[in-house]
Design a binder for this molecule. Sequence first.
Ligand code: PMP
Length: 322
Amino acid sequence: MSYHGLDHFVGNTPLIRLNRISDLTGCEILGKAEFMNPGGSVKDRAALGIIRQAEKDGLLFPGSTIVEGTAGNTGIGLTIIGQARGYKSVIIIPETQAPEKIALLRALGAEVIPVPAKPYSDPDNYNHIARRLAAEKGWFWANQFDNLANRQAHFDTTGPEILAQTDGTVNAFVAAIGTGGTLAGTSLFLKSRNPNIATVCADPYGAAMWGWFTQKRLDLDDGDSFAEGIGQGRVTKNIEDLQVDKSYRIDDHTAISLIHQLLREEGLFLGLSSGINIGGALRYAQDHGPGKTIVTILCDTGQKYQSKLYNPEWLAENDLVP
Ligand code: PMP
């Protein structure tokens, strides 16, 4: 027997068949169970990749402090992986994010600084605050949006896992974009092995990625979304050279209905970005099926958003009853 510490258990997540929507569309719609990572989200992969690259570059050593602007999940990954190596973490998070994530980060030992939500163009946007703090204090800034170690982690792990788990039969990979690390890294790997595997972006309303990939237009589109961790308004370094074959906009009502349906029909308890992803996979299946194998990401669990997405009062107040 050989035994391993925590790092070893980031990735290698199961690929779960979403039975009802697969049967309905005649496609195999498969969800990569990223909520099963140690920190409970897809972002553990990026956190580990960024930390390992920084260690190689001599930027991190025991006693170092990592600072990051994050919607929460990257912060959770950086904090638990960092703890095991003797790093401290300081997390700058927009105060609009789910209180469950902020409480969890504090419980894990991060120093959490909630800040007002501001667009990237504002100097007080959470990412700029993290960058300035790093420069002032000599901390390591993870910089997940523009640090290519993020997408490299998906190129090295998520992509090869999906190819192996589908015996090479995957036809399309669907994901929403926060940093874009997941969509870009995974797709670049899959296309390097088979250029016919489609790269599909699922974008919430109020973001710019759908407009960017369909019309090379970068203004934020109409509408808004409660999905946390996705909804990008600029071309990050991680997606700069990404070729997207198909792009869909998925509204919150559709995504919320899907995650509630997945809970009732499959027992899967998911966050809203997973609903946006599944909405994209469903649209692709309707447009290109039957007979396709479509893989998407189940980013994190509903537990982190229970007070909103699974609270009947909140759903009613926001006109989002499934
Ligand atoms: N879903 C959730 C819940 C997230 O926290 C994130 C990361 N911000 C994403 C999706 C998007 O992943 P990526 O940053 O790789 O685009």
